[in-house]
Ligand binder design. Structure first.
Ligand SMILES: Cc1cc2nc3c(=O)[nH]c(=O)nc-3n(C[C@H](O)[C@H](O)[C@H](O)COP(=O)(O)O)c2cc1C
Length: 365
């Protein structure tokens, strides 16, 4: 879709049911109707993390391309990386429709998809059929009726090791009952031990080392967060994604849609997820790369995430409201900041305002 095309397409897309609109968006990506980035990124936006070369810090968040059907198109749009999934071992339909709701006034979305997934084999086949010239994250999950969730995650690692540049362990979706209990230290310890052993086994079998990232929910209190982060540190986890959607409905102006169950994303998630990001940055003393996600909708919000502690960024809901031109405008703003501060790259900005954000910074959006 060209930049101007989104202007015309948006009123049409936003008249459709949100899930149908998303399907149409994926179709337009598949058939080539999307803006391509004309030139490569300015080198000052690039970083090497986990030995992977990111041309810019902006990635697509999990849930956008759950079944990995448009990775190649997304890579042409100027993103720095793509995360596919959440993918479950066996195909599953997810919750009954409708299950995605746009809260236009709040520039937010509530979804209760419930890990609808084509399953490992189909996603594997989709990846195999594409050229993937971009850093690829594979977000793995467990089937709803799984009797051994840890095994489901391990199967994800084994299935996608040849494609994944990093894995995200999604223990934070609010739409699979009981899943977020895996964030508790006892359950998390068991899960991470399995996963780390499985990665070791894959390496022994000749596969590459692959970073393991854990994606957290923003609905933990400070004590719970500290315990979870301590556990992640003990297991030398390679990265943390902050955050998934929230079950909070604070500050929403649409009382009817606010009553829908599911995870809330977009503008109302920004403050909460950015404060959490800053807290985790301080708890981990900046030693673990963090991916900041939640309510990025402009250059300013993207910059704020970096200043709060994110090395990399992801977005989803912002694209629904602003379209693909958001990618370019965010990168432009980040580059302006690098120039204004006369920096060689983004690194000095990472966590530069973490103390400020961790202490309940004033609302930005
Ligand atoms: C429709 C929808 C589906 C999502 N599906 C997933 C998913 O499968 N796995 C996951 O880890 N996060 C999923 N997310 C959460 C996003 O990856 C992201 O963490 C969250 O939306 C906050 O970012 P945003 O405000 O930029 O949308 C989903 C979000 C939306 C809106």
């Amino acid at each position: 879709m060209s930049f101007d095309l989104f202007k015309f397409a948006k009123p049409v897309l936003h008249k459709l049911d949100a899930e149908q609109a998303h399907r149409l968006t994926l179709l337009s990506l598949k058939v080539g109707l999307y803006p391509r980035q004309a030139e490569g990124d300015d080198a000052r936006l690039g970083q090497t993390i986990w030995g992977l070369s990111f041309p810019n810090p902006l990635g697509i968040a999990a849930g956008f391309d759950k079944d990995a059907t448009v990775v190649n198109s997304l890579s042409n749009m100027g993103l720095g990386f793509v995360e596919v999934g959440t993918v479950t071992p066996r195909p599953q339909p997810g919750n009954p429709k409708p299950r995605i709701f746009r809260l236009e006034l709040d520039r937010a979305v509530i979804n209760r998809l419930g890990f609808n997934s084509s399953g490992h084999q189909a996603v594997f086949d989709h990846l195999k059929a594409q050229k993937i010239p971009i850093v690829l994250g594979v977000n793995v999950g467990a089937n709803k009726d799984s009797t051994n969730r840890a095994e489901d995650y391990v199967e994800g690692l084994q299935k996608f090791i040849e494609f994944a540049d990093y894995f995200t362990i999604n223990v934070s979706s609010p739409n699979t009952p009981g899943l977020r209990d895996l964030q508790k230290p006892k359950e998390l310890t068991a899960l991470l031990s399995w996963l780390i052993a499985a990665r070791g086994g894959l390496m022994e079998a000749g596969h590459k080392w692959c970073p393991l990232l854990v994606k957290l929910a923003p609905d933990m209190d400070l004590g719970e967060l500290e315990q979870t982060v301590e556990c992640l540190l003990e297991h030398d986890i390679d990265g943390i994604i902050i955050s998934n959607t929230t079950i909070s409905r604070e500050g929403l102006s649409d009382p009817v849609l606010a009553g829908e169950s599911g995870g809330l994303s977009g503008r109302p998630l920004f403050q909460k997820s950015t404060e959490m990001l800053a807290r985790v940055y301080l708890m981990t003393k900046g030693k673990i790369p963090l991916i900041g996600v939640g309510g990025i909708e402009s250059g300013e919000t993207a910059l704020a995430k970096i200043e709060a502690g994110a090395s990399l960024l992801q977005l989803y809901t912002g694209l629904i409201y602003s379209g693909p031109k958001l990618v370019e405008s965010i990168k432009k703003r980040l580059l302006e900041e690098v120039e204004r501060e006369k920096l060689r790259d983004l690194r000095p900005l990472i966590g530069s305002k973490a103390e400020h954000w961790a202490a309940n910074a004033p609302t930005l959006v």
